[in-house]
Structure formats: structure tokens, C-alpha cells
Design a protein. Structure first.
Ligand code: PMV
Length: 330
């Protein structure tokens, strides 16, 4: 079973020609509080474990789509991309899954509202926006579950970006992945804040796909990861429903550090941190000694994402003047 088979199954009975001339959609970026780390199927982006994220409000990707004969054209933030660029190839490969016939081309215009140097991955919101824009263009009206599965075929974390707020992506266990999709948690937490601290916006040496593969195949520490996730997932969901910020922050920070520890145990080792990342961790831990509940999480890169409540905004701004603050619930 490959991506094309799953896409066909997913879109059974769906229109193969556009319902209108232009489809359009927005999807928010998301940051995992309990990470997705390791695939059980590399082609279908099926995860070893479930994960929980928070979406980033109006930071994300807006994509407009139309059809034209010939090769695809992809525009990113107003610039037409070379056909052989990684981004354009990724988009075209995803569009192959739904292309009505060989000569059918798409015009894709994508605008990212993620601050350009923030070092935030745009693949999650990018593939989610693309899936939603296709749904709009073809008039499929897929349910959120099927939209999440379609987005996942582009990038695992995109499964969570078709939804807003706190989102849980259930790993599922079927080989075709039809039970591996995201669902929104009912809770809203208007005081919840995320602070982006950019350490480096250079492309990373090892991408998340390769890092996950290497960790799963060679790190002895990876064997404990599923149990860590099971514990953390439950704690985070409890913390969200009880509005227990300390528990949420502690669990999310520890979960990220455990994820990074599994990669450090891989061979060749994978370490995403730069000296500046470590310096920031020490500053955050020192700050917490003084009281403010400010925690952090990190993904497959050197940047730090602060987690705090609105009441700590002034402290965070004074200590980290360069921080970009996001209010996920507006
Ligand atoms: O699906 P990808 O390739 O964007 O992988 C995401 C991996 C992490 O960001 C490190 C964790 C996560 O759950 O988002």
C-alpha cells in the first residue's frame, strides 16, 4: 500500500474536476506539546505514537489553487520558484496524488505568515493549507478526519494543522492509516502564550525524516519513547482540561528534552541544539527559580519556543526582547 493507493481510497466517489476556478484556504502552523517522533510507515507518514499540539492562531500558510494545462507553477511569498527547488518538488509530488490526468497542472500561490526568520517549519501548515485548498477547488467537502489523513500524506505534522487550538493526532494501528488522523480537543485557553526565540534560521543539517529514521533504527533510548509519550499525553490532556499550567509546561518541556535525548543516542548522533540554545535553556531554568512559570519546547532544530501565560508577558519581554509572542486563541 502506498500513498497513491491511500489517496485513491480516501477520495473514492470524489469529483476529479474542479468545482470552481480557484480554491483557497488557510491553515495554522502548530507546535507539539507531546511530540511525534518516529514513523511506523515512512511512505504514509504513520507515527509510532500519538501526539498533541497547539496551533499558532493566524500564523500559518494561505494557499490559492487553480488548474492549467502543463507543468505546475508554485509561487512562495510572491516569488515564482524553480521547478526543481525542494519546495516546488514537494508540492508537485503531493499534487500527483490528486492530479486528474497527466497533463493537468496546478497553479499554486502560497503565502506564509510565519515570520521569515523564525526557523519554524512551514511543512505542517503548508501541506494542511494545500489539502484544504484542494478540497475547496474540487468541492469535495471532506470531513475533518479525511482532510487530516490527506494532509498527513504530505507531512506527518500537517495532520494536526487542519484543525485549530489544542489538537490530538491519534497514531492508529491499521496498515493503511485510515485510523491515523487528528482531532481538536474541546478546550480553549485564551491566556496561553507561545514565545518564539530564534537561534538560527539556517537550514538544519539533518531533516526530521532522516533524524526520526536514524533514531528509531539505531538509538537504544528510542525503546522507552512510546512509554514516555503514553505518560506525557495523558498528563498534558489532564493539564489542559484542569487548566494546570505548571503541569502542562513541565510535561511539555520534559517531553521535548526526552525526544532530543533519544536522537542523541542515535548513530551517527543527531543533536539539533546550538550553544545559544543551551544558553537559553539555562536562562529559562534560572528564571523559573525566581518564580515565573515559563517553560520551553524545541523541535527538530535549534530554536526555542517558550510556553507561558499572559500574566508573564512583561517578564518574558523584558528578559527576551527579541521574542515573537503568539496568542493561539486570538
Ligand atoms: O512531520 P514533520 O516532518 O514536520 O515532523 C515533525 C517533528 C517534530 O516537529 C519534531 C515533532 C512534532 O510533533 O511536530
Amino acid at each position: 500500500l502506498n500513498k497513491a493507493d491511500v489517496a485513491r481510497q480516501l477520495l473514492t466517489g470524489c469529483a476529479t474536476s474542479p468545482a470552481k476556478t480557484r480554491g483557497e484556504a488557510f491553515a495554522p502552523s502548530n507546535i507539539a506539546l507531546c511530540k511525534y517522533w518516529g514513523k511506523r510507515d515512512d511512505d504514509l507518514n504513520l507515527p509510532m505514537t500519538s501526539s498533541v499540539s497547539i496551533s499558532l492562531g493566524d500564523l500559518g500558510t494561505r494557499t490559492a489553487l487553480s488548474m492549467a494545462e502543463g507543468a505546475d507553477t508554485v509561487t512562495l511569498n510572491g516569488e515564482v520558484l524553480a521547478r526543481d527547488s525542494t519546495f516546488a518538488l514537494g508540492v508537485s509530488r503531493f499534487l500527483d496524488l490528486v492530479r486528474p490526468h497527466r497533463a493537468a497542472g496546478f497553479r499554486v500561490e502560497t503565502v506564509n505568515s510565519i515570520p521569515t526568520a523564525a526557523g519554524l517549519a512551514s511543512s505542517a501548515s503548508g501541506f494542511a493549507a494545500l489539502a484544504l485548498a484542494l478540497d475547496d477547488l474540487f468541492g469535495w467537502r471532506l470531513d475533518p478526519k479525511r482532510l487530516s489523513i490527506l494532509a498527513r500524506l504530505g507531512s506527518g505534522s500537517a495532520a494536526r494543522s487542519v484543525l485549530k487550538g489544542f489538537v490530538e493526532w491519534r497514531a492508529g494501528d491499521s496498515p493503511d492509516g485510515m485510523d491515523s488522523f487528528a482531532e481538536a480537543l474541546p478546550e480553549r485557553w485564551p491566556d496561553f502564550r507561545i514565545g518564539l526565540l530564534t537561534v538560527s534560521s539556517r537550514p538544519k543539517a539533518v531533516g526530521s525524516r532522516e533524524a526520526m529514521r536514524r533514531t528509531r533504527e539505531t538509538s537504544a533510548l528510542y525503546h522507552v519513547w512510546p512509554a514516555i509519550v503514553e505518560r506525557d499525553l495523558a498528563l498534558i490532556k489532564e493539564a489542559v482540561s484542569a487548566r494546570d499550567f505548571d503541569r502542562l509546561g513541565r510535561t511539555a518541556e520534559s517531553n521535548a528534552l526526552n525526544m532530543h535525548a533519544t536522537s542523541l543516542g542515535a548513530w551517527p548522533p543527531v543533536l539539533f541544539w546550538l550553544p545559544e540554545s543551551v544558553a537559553l535553556m539555562h536562562r529559562i531554568w534560572a528564571l523559573r527559580e525566581d518564580g515565573p512559570a515559563v517553560y520551553f519546547t524545541m523541535d527538530a532544530g535549534p530554536n526555542i519556543k517558550l510556553l507561558f501565560l499572559a500574566a508573564e508577558t512583561a517578564v518574558v519581554k523584558s528578559l527576551f526582547p527579541e521574542v515573537h509572542i503568539i496568542a493561539p486563541f486570538g
